[in-house]
Design a protein around this ligand. Structure first.
Ligand SMILES: [Zn+2]
Length: 423
């Protein structure tokens, strides 16, 4: 098969970055501003420089490497992803997209391409939220969706604020406002990411082009009953909050199925109080994470959940529901989606359109500029684990699509693809 990306170089970049983990042999652990993060930042900056990019770091530690355009005044195309990881995660989640940007830059250099429009490869901080919670910190700051003043409030497990961590990293948190990109200052954003799900592998396809990212809601349900002695309170006299909560929970998965095949609902966290083996539970609270591709489906799923919870306030139990988060579905750029599809066709790659069930930097940056997102297969659908895997040839195919799209969107001349050596 023919292609552009150099599989050996791609592998070298991924493996090079993966040396910077706090848990060698037990997965990738690279929290934002940690010593490993700093070392990875230095590696990325060195590789960007080797690819001929002009490197700069913004006020919060996002790294940019620029290919100057023949017209330097045109707004640049941004391409990249995040550099941080979850604890004991994999080597591809985030770095795959950063490497896609760097490898594309190497290809521009190797093929002596000079784009009309500037291109900037980006490596973003704190997408996972593993250190300061919430996540998507770098992209939210860039897109003006997070007040930089909040950096003083966001704290890690040790109580260190993001502002303090930025200062310890050698940057000035008072300058954080300068990281915000003005509306209109970015022409487009392209991201490559691993699918983190099983669909591409199961269907034997090379890539997915993401047309939208699901909407997400988080609810907190509290069921209040009455505590009592597990030995002396007869069954008919109990108001057991856990029994009530479990009856609610048992009905919830069917609601998602009723709304549509792409809707999902998860109860991932539950607290039982007072939490004694011989005490009737007085209060149970649990989270409900709801996701659906369309706003109509999402609001319907929320309403149905509220109805089930409301109907459970009986037998002396009191049920409450608190709406904690609502993010509407994010459509990505139809125009970029069409270009990605055309370039995948031209490269002879098998592809499909997909709705992403996970949020990515693309979800946030879509608010700043037209955005495109490409998925490559994840073996077994596994992610956020040391076993996370994408074959380097599969990653190279995704990078080919990103590179070809960049070349077209940035207005560079088109060479013929060369034969590829597999390794
Ligand atoms: Zn990611």
């Amino acid at each position: 098969m023919s292609g552009y990306a150099d599989v050996r170089r791609v592998r070298g970049l991924i493996e090079g970055l993966d040396r910077y983990t706090a848990t060698p042999g037990r997965g990738t652990t690279r929290l934002t501003y940690s010593p490993e993060f700093r070392a990875a930042r230095n590696f990325v900056a060195a590789e960007m420089t080797a690819a001929g990019l002009a490197v700069r770091e913004d006020a919060v530690g996002n790294i940019f490497g620029r290919i100057e355009g023949r017209d330097p005044d045109l707004a640049p195309i941004l391409v990249g992803s995040h550099l941080d990881s979850v604890p004991h995660g994999g080597r591809f989640d985030g770095p795959a997209g950063v490497v896609a940007g760097i490898e594309s830059a190497f290809l521009f250099r190797d093929l002596c391409l000079r784009p009309e429009r500037p291109i900037e490869v980006v490596a973003l901080i704190e997408e996972e939220g593993s250190r300061f919670g919430g996540g998507l910190l770098g992209s939210r700051l860039l897109a003006g969706q997070l007040d930089p003043a909040r950096l003083a409030d966001l704290r890690d497990a040790a109580g260190v604020s993001a502002a303090q961590a930025i200062a310890a990293y050698g940057l000035d948190p008072a300058e954080a406002r300068r990281a915000v990109l003005a509306p209109g200052s970015v022409h487009a954003f392209l991201e490559l990411h691993i699918e983190q799900g099983p669909v591409l592998e199961a269907e034997g396809r090379d890539i997915a082009i993401v047309e939208r990212i699901v909407g997400l809601a988080q609810l907190m349900v509290t069921v209040r009953g009455r505590a009592g002695h597990a030995g002396t309170t007869p069954m008919h006299a109990r108001r057991d909050a856990l029994v009530g909560a479990v009856l609610i929970l048992a009905q919830l998965p069917d609601l998602a199925r009723a709304v549509g095949s792409d809707a999902v609902l998860t109860v991932g966290k539950m607290e039982v109080l007072p939490g004694g083996a011989n005490v009737i539970p007085e209060m149970v609270s649990f989270t409900v994470d709801l996701r659906a591709p369309s706003e109509a489906q999402l609001t319907r799923l929320i309403a149905m959940t509220c109805e089930v919870v409301g109907a459970s306030s009986c037998n002396g139990l009191e049920c409450r529901i608190e709406h904690q988060l609502y993010v509407p579905p994010t459509p990505l750029s139809g125009r970029i989606c069409a270009i990605l599809t055309a370039e995948a066709e031209a490269l002879g790659l098998s592809h499909r359109i997909m709705v992403s069930g996970a949020g990515h930097d693309a979800m946030i940056l879509a608010g700043l500029a037209p955005t495109g997102l490409v998925f490559v297969p994840s073996r077994g659908g596994i992610s956020h684990a040391p076993e996370e895997w994408t074959d380097y040839i599969q990653l190279a195919r995704g990078i080919d699509v990103i590179f070809a799209t960049l070349r077209r969107m940035a207005g560079a001349t088109v060479p013929e693809p060369a034969g590829r050596l597999q390794s």
